[in-house]
Design a protein. Structure first.
Ligand SMILES: C[S@@+](CC[C@H](N)C(=O)[O-])C[C@H]1O[C@@H](n2cnc3c(N)ncnc32)[C@H](O)[C@@H]1O
Length: 389
């Protein structure tokens, strides 16, 4: 039988070793609360624990306490306020479940906590680390309803603000793969309300001081008219919004960067095809819902997974994105797939990031092609747009 002290011990271990990445408390007993997230951060010489409670009225409540007080406090929360507490540490994951009757179950998947010096904790100045400075970029952020005129980000838009900043960080990592001079041509396909389009526009023009020709394309006429009016109002030279199907979009110029955030289902494949066809130097695309493979999957040896619909969806999500990665590799791209933002913010948090490399070994391309064809055959699927090349 596990006791309250066992919960305290887990928190003591991850906090004293500084291996705690975050603790997520969910399934609250108080129904006005959504969840609470606790993280360590450094302020000057002190290590503090930030406790961020999210309530159903879409507000976040912050409290910072000394790290030394955190084990008992977090254990009390796990014991008294939540059914489920998930602890993510550098040594692995630990789940604590407390039933309404007070029975405790601890599933500890951590490897042995290392006896070495405590891990470094990041300074707590998250706003400063954001690429977009909310105050400096208040004009477009307030015009799009993300912040007020002074650049104070609205609580309900904090997640969007984080998401576009993270997208910019992932772009910043591969910025050196873009042509270093001249006008950059950028296409945001399925741009929707275009938070991302404007963010990338400001990143390139104001932070990187580049001249750009940028297109935002989407099917929705009213949204495109709105984005176009914002662009003219903010005097965004070189930024144009076009209404139409991305399948038919022809930029008639060399394309350097293709971006896309949450293009639904096969719209992400159309984005990838566009990037390959236009030989875009860099592509950043975060897929949205996946449906195509769910309808097609026919792999008897995977039936033990596919018979559970949730698992089938996860399998199809992963296999679809893996095939997309192989397709890009077969077409000469170097590909990685980092996380966009925390899974707790959105399940659609994978980024397909690729840049064109002249140095790709032809053998690597042909291996990716073979792997694509073999995987598609094994899965019994014919992806909508195929391999290209
Ligand atoms: C989930 S929204 C994402 C919008 C935006 N990128 C964002 O993240 O806020 C998907 C958008 O894709 C657009 N869309 C889907 N298929 C499209 C297509 N074939 N051509 C152009 N736009 C498309 C929809 O109109 C919608 O605005």
């Amino acid at each position: 039988m596990k006791s309250f002290q066992d919960i305290v011990k887990v928190f003591e271990e991850v906090i004293s070793s500084r291996t705690l990445e975050k603790a997520v408390f969910s399934r609250p007993l108080d129904k006005s609360v959504k969840k609470t997230v606790a993280k360590l951060f450094k302020k000057g010489n002190d290590v503090l624990c930030q406790i961020e409670r999210f309530t159903t009225d879409n507000k976040a409540h912050h409290e910072n306490i000394p790290a030394s007080d955190a084990p008992a406090r977090l254990a009390e929360m796990a014991m008294q306020e939540y059914v489920q507490s998930d602890i993510f540490s550098k040594d692995g994951f630990c789940e604590i479940l407390v039933s309404k009757k007070g029975h405790i179950h601890i599933a500890d998947k951590r490897t042995q906590t290392k006896e070495s010096a405590p891990a470094e904790i990041a300074e707590h100045n998250r706003e400063k680390h954001y690429i977009l400075d909310a105050e400096a970029h208040a004009a477009f952020l307030s015009r799009l309803g993300v912040s007020d005129e002074k650049g104070r980000v609205f609580e309900k838009k904090r997640s969007k603000f984080k998401q576009i900043n993270r997208f910019l960080e992932l772009l910043d990592d591969v910025y050196d793969k873009l042509p270093s001079d001249g006008v950059l041509t950028v296409c945001d396909l399925c741009c929707g309300k275009s938070y991302l389009t404007f963010a990338v526009y400001y990143y390139l023009t104001e932070i990187k001081k580049r001249e750009v020709t940028m297109f935002g394309v989407d099917l929705k006429a009213d949204v495109i008219a709105y984005c176009e009016s914002v662009a003219r109002e903010l005097d965004c030279k070189g930024l144009t919004f076009l209404c139409g199907d991305i399948t038919a979009f022809l930029p008639n110029t060399r394309v350097d960067l293709v971006i896309s955030l949450h293009a639904c289902d096969i719209a992400t494949d159309i984005v990838l095809d566009f990037a390959v066809r236009e030989k875009a130097r860099v592509l950043l695309s975060t897929p949205c819902c996946h449906h195509e493979m769910m309808r097609q999957l026919k792999a008897p040896s995977l039936s033990f997974v596919a018979k559970h619909s949730m698992l089938k969806q996860k399998l199809c999500d992963a296999a679809t994105d893996a095939l997309r990665g192989l397709k890009l590799e077969a077409n000469g791209y170097i590909v990685d797939m980092p996380e966009l933002i925390d899974a707790e913010e959105t399940p659609k948090n994978l980024m397909i990031r690729a840049y064109l490399s002249e140095k790709v070994d032809p053998a690597a391309r042909s291996l990716a092609k073979k792997q694509y064809l073999a995987a598609a055959e094994f899965l019994g699927v014919t992806p909508y747009l195929g391999l290209m090349q």
